[in-house]
Design a protein around this ligand. Structure first.
Ligand code: CTP
Ligand code: MG
Length: 231
């Protein structure tokens, strides 16, 4: 059944899905590869659409697949599909440009984090609604982290207590994200990084293990297993 979005919602979610998935190995663009019989993007969009504040979803698809992605998502939720760019940042900028007037909170969420629970979408949006300009979901770092030089010689041990692993969705007051993208220089892999460069405070909320980014074949196998457990 096609999900309904909330016409009174205040949240637009941008879904960069235009990457190739090189680290996953040869095959279709990552967002279109199957996970338990459905494309990663379908899993991701279904969960975003289940978050009650979501008014608009804009997907940045691989340029060659815009029409097929549009057709694929018709039974899932009402979404806008636009062609992405060569870098993630360009894909996000293109999706941001397609957000209609209305939503004042914008979330950016990787299609590759296909099992992200709707509750995490809501908690990030709620933190922005509560007054923060920029919000990121994070997890503590579990491994010991070493800094090394170009020859893999250890330079030192970084204090893990002060480190966080960053996930998506990342949430922003719309004007803040728009200004950050307008001022953007070299491509970064996350949007909070652009906002930090503008001197805007970024705050953390608890992330979710289910929001893992499917990057390598191991992650895909883990996601398949998590689905069998009810994720
Ligand atoms: N992405 C995008 N446009 C790009 C590159 C990436 O929209 N030009 C998206 C991906 O589709 C993904 C998210 O950004 O949902 C996070 O990127 P990543 O996990 O690196 O995915 P890929 O770039 O597809 O993977 P790889 O780097 O292994 O090729
Ligand atoms: Mg990439």
């Amino acid at each position: 059944m096609t999900a309904q979005l909330n016409p009174r919602g205040d949240v637009a979610v941008l879904v960069p899905a235009a990457g190739a998935g090189v680290r996953l190995g040869p095959g279709a663009p990552k967002a279109l590869r199957p996970l338990a019989g459905e494309p990663l993007l379908v899993h991701a969009v279904r969960r975003i659409a289940a978050a009650r504040s979501v008014h608009t979803i804009v997907v940045a698809a691989p340029a060659a697949d815009v029409e097929s992605v549009r057709a694929m998502l018709v039974p899932v939720a009402p979404v806008t599909v636009i062609p992405g760019g060569a870098e993630r940042q360009a894909s996000v900028a293109a999706a941001l440009a397609a957000v209609p007037t209305g939503p004042e909170i914008v979330l950016v969420h990787d299609a590759a984090r296909a099992l992200t629970p709707p509750d995490l979408v809501e908690s990030v949006a709620e933190a922005v609604r509560g007054g923060h300009d920029a919000v990121i979901p994070v997890l503590p770092v579990v491994d010991t982290i070493k800094e090394v030089d170009a020859t893999e010689r250890v330079l030192g041990t970084v204090d893990r207590a002060a480190l966080r692993a960053v996930q998506t969705p990342q949430g922003f007051r719309r004007s803040v994200l728009t200004a950050a993208h307008r001022a953007a220089g070299d491509p970064l892999t996350d949007d909070a990084g652009l906002v930090e460069k503008q001197g805007v405070a970024v705050v953390c909320v608890p992330g979710s293990e289910l929001a893992l980014k499917i990057t390598r074949p191991f992650d895909l196998a883990l996601a398949e297993h998590l689905l069998t457990l009810g994720a």
